[in-house]
Ligand binder design. Structure first.
Ligand code: HEC
Ligand code: HEC
Length: 478
C-alpha cells in the first residue's frame, strides 16, 4: 500500500466521521435554510430539569468496552489501516493489535470474523492538553470543515482494487462505507474546532428504520442543509446533570441515548441490545471521571476574593463548589442568557427527528430514553472549566477573560490548533489567539456566521478589571 500522508489524513478524517453518530441530539431546521431561528414555547427565565433514574454499572468494564468494544463493528481491514497510518503510539496501553493503533480508533472483529479498524468515542471525547491525553475532554481541535465525499470514494476504490467487492474484507467494510456516503456532505462545518455530531445523528436517523434499526438506503426524513456547530462537552460534568446535551434535550436513560453510536454501521436491534447491555458500564465509567486539576500555581488570596464574587453573581445558575457543593440543574431561557439561538431553535425545527426518536426502538422498554426540546440552554457545571476552552455551546469565545467581558470578545479569531502547553494562555485562561480582519479560511472562527455567534452571557460585564481577575483565579480551582 503506497499512500501519501495526505491520503492517510483523508482516511483518518473519514474514520473520525464515522463515529459521530453516538450523540443523539437535535440538529438543524427543516428546509428553510438559515432563516431567523424558530423559537417557540417561551419558558420562564429558569426551569429546573428533574432527574431520571440511571442504570448502575462497572466503571472498569465500561472503560474496557470503550477502548476495545465493537459498538461499531464495521471498518477498514487492520492491515490496510496500518499500511495507511503506520504504527500509532499506544497512549492507552492497549494490547493485541490495538497496541499499534492510536487512541481514537479501535480494532474490532466484524460480524463475519474480519478484523477491522473503526473509530471510537475518544475521537471526539479525548484531547491532548499540555502534552497529556485527557480522556473526557471534548476534542476542540478536530477538523470537520472538510468534505468527506471524495475521500470515501478513494477508500472504496482501494478496497475494491486490493480485495474486490466479493471479498470478506469488503463485506466487513460495506456498512461503514454506506454510512459515510450517506452523511459525508451533510456534516461539514464552516470552521475547524467545532463539531457536527448533532447533524450526523439526524442524518443517520433518516436512514434507519425506527423499529428494528435496519438500514434504509433512501433517506426517510427531510434533512435540511445547515449544520449547527457545537463544542464537545466534557464527560466529567455528566454525573451532575439531569439531562444530556446543551439544551437539555436528552432525557431518560443516558446509556440508552449514547448507543446511537452504532447508527453508521447500523445492522439491527439485536446489535443495539448488545451495546445497550454494555453501555451501563460505559456510563459508570463516564460518571467516575473527575476534572483535571489546574497545572500551575493559583493565587490563593485572589481566588478567595473570586469565590465571594462567584457565589454572589454566578452560583444561582452554576451551583456551588468545594465543601458545600451543589448543582441546580437549571435550564436558562434563550432570551435570558442571550447566546446564539440556532442550536436551540434546531431542536424545535427538527421536530421530525424528535418524533422519530421518541417513537423508535430507543424510546421503548424499561430503560427508555427520549428527547425533549426546550427553549433554553443548561447552565453547565463548571468543574475543570480552565481546561475546556473555547467557551459557550458553539465554542465561539476563546478564553474565560473574553467570556466574562462581552465587549472584548473577538469577532474573528484564529488559533494554532496545537495542543502544547505553550498554546494555552494562563492569564486569560483559554487558547492563545490572534484577532483577524478577513474571513474565508476555516482556521478563522467567524462569529458572524449563523450558529457561530458569540453574543450573550453578559454576566461578567459589570465586573471591575481586578474583580474579573479574582474570579478567573477562582475558576481555575473548580
Ligand atoms: C464526532 C464526535 C463525537 C463522537 C464520536 C462521540 N460524541 Fe459524544 N458528543 C459529541 C458532541 C458534539 C456532543 C454535544 C452535543 C450537544 O449537546 O449538542 C456530545 C455529547 C455527549 C454526551 C453528553 C454530555 C453532556 O454533558 O451533555 C455524552 C454522554 C456522550 N457524548 C457520549 C459519547 C459516547 C459514549 C460516544 C461513543 C459511543 C460518543 N459520545 C461519541 C460528539 C461526539
Ligand atoms: C442566569 C444564569 C447564569 C448566570 C447568572 C451565569 N451564567 Fe454562566 N452560563 C449560563 C448558561 C445558560 C450558560 C450556557 C450558555 C451557552 O452555552 O450558550 C453559561 C455558560 C458559562 C460558561 C461557559 C461554559 C462552557 O463550558 O463553555 C462559563 C465559563 C460561565 N457560564 C461562567 C459564569 C460566571 C463566572 C458567572 C458569574 C459572573 C456566570 N457564568 C453567570 C447561565 C448563567
Amino acid at each position: 500500500m503506497y499512500m501519501s500522508n495526505k491520503n492517510y489524513l483523508f482516511l483518518s478524517v473519514l474514520l473520525t466521521l464515522v463515529f459521530l453518530s453516538s450523540c443523539k441530539k437535535d440538529s438543524p431546521i427543516s428546509s428553510n435554510s438559515f432563516e431567523e431561528p424558530i423559537v417557540e414555547e417561551p419558558i420562564e427565565k429558569f426551569k429546573f430539569i428533574p432527574p431520571s433514574s440511571q442504570r448502575n454499572g462497572d466503571p472498569d468494564a465500561g472503560y474496557e468496552y470503550l477502548v476495545y468494544g465493537d459498538y461499531i463493528d464495521s471498518g477498514v481491514p487492520v492491515d490496510l489501516f496500518l499500511g495507511f497510518t503506520g504504527q500509532g503510539s499506544n497512549r492507552l496501553n492497549r494490547e493485541g493489535d490495538n497496541a499499534n493503533i492510536r487512541y481514537s480508533e479501535t480494532a474490532v472483529t466484524a460480524p463475519n470474523g474480519q478484523r477491522v479498524v473503526t473509530s471510537n468515542c475518544l475521537t471526539c471525547h479525548a484531547q491532548t492538553l499540555n502534552g497529556q491525553l485527557v480522556i473526557g475532554l471534548g476534542n476542540a481541535v478536530a477538523d470537520y470543515s472538510v468534505d468527506q465525499a471524495t475521500n470515501i470514494n478513494l477508500v472504496d476504490q482501494t478496497l475494491t482494487l486490493l480485495y474486490g467487492q466479493e471479498s470478506p474484507e469488503w463485506e466487513a467494510y460495506e456498512p461503514y462505507s454506506r454510512g459515510i456516503h450517506a452523511i459525508a456532505d451533510d456534516v461539514i462545518t464552516e470552521v475547524r474546532g467545532v463539531n457536527s455530531a448533532d447533524k450526523l445523528a439526524v442524518t443517520l436517523s433518516s436512514h434507519i428504520n425506527k423499529h428494528d434499526l435496519s438500514w434504509i438506503e433512501e433517506p426517510q426524513l427531510p434533512i435540511s442543509e445547515e449544520v449547527i456547530p457545537t463544542d464537545v462537552p466534557a464527560w466529567w460534568l455528566l454525573k451532575k446533570k439531569n439531562s444530556m446535551f446543551y439544551g437539555g434535550l436528552g432525557r431518560g436513560d443516558f446509556a440508552r441515548i449514547m448507543i446511537a453510536s452504532n447508527g453508521l454501521a447500523a445492522s439491527d436491534s439485536t446489535k443495539a441490545r448488545e451495546i445497550d447491555n454494555n453501555f451501563d458500564d460505559v456510563l459508570a465509567y463516564i460518571f467516575s471521571l473527575e476534572a483535571p486539576e489546574y497545572p500551575e500555581g493559583i493565587d490563593a488570596l485572589r481566588a478567595l476574593a473570586g469565590e465571594n464574587l462567584f457565589n454572589e453573581k454566578c452560583a444561582t445558575c452554576h451551583g456551588l463548589y468545594g465543601a458545600n457543593e451543589s448543582y441546580p440543574n437549571l435550564l436558562v431561557s434563550v432570551e435570558e442568557v442571550g447566546t446564539d439561538p440556532y442550536l436551540v431553535s434546531s431542536n424545535f425545527g427538527y421536530s421530525y427527528f424528535v418524533d422519530w426518536y421518541n417513537s423508535s426502538w430507543f424510546s421503548k422498554g424499561k430503560n427508555a430514553a427520549y428527547l425533549r426540546p426546550e427553549n433554553g440552554y443548561m447552565a453547565p457545571p463548571l468543574d475543570g472549566i480552565w481546561a475546556t476552552a473555547p467557551y459557550l455551546h458553539n465554542g465561539s469565545v476563546p478564553t474565560l477573560d473574553d467570556l466574562l467581558n462581552s465587549t472584548q470578545r473577538p469577532d474573528k479569531w484564529k488559533r494554532s490548533f496545537g495542543t502544547a502547553a505553550s498554546e494555552y494562555d494562563h492569564e486569560k485562561v483559554g487558547w492563545k489567539y490572534t484577532i483577524e480582519s478577513i474571513t474565508g479560511s476555516s482556521l478563522i472562527y467567524d462569529t458572524s456566521l449563523p450558529g457561530y455567534g458569540n453574543q450573550g452571557h453578559n454576566y461578567g460585564d459589570d465586573l471591575m478589571e481586578e474583580e474579573r481577575k479574582d474570579l478567573i483565579e477562582y475558576l481555575k480551582m473548580l
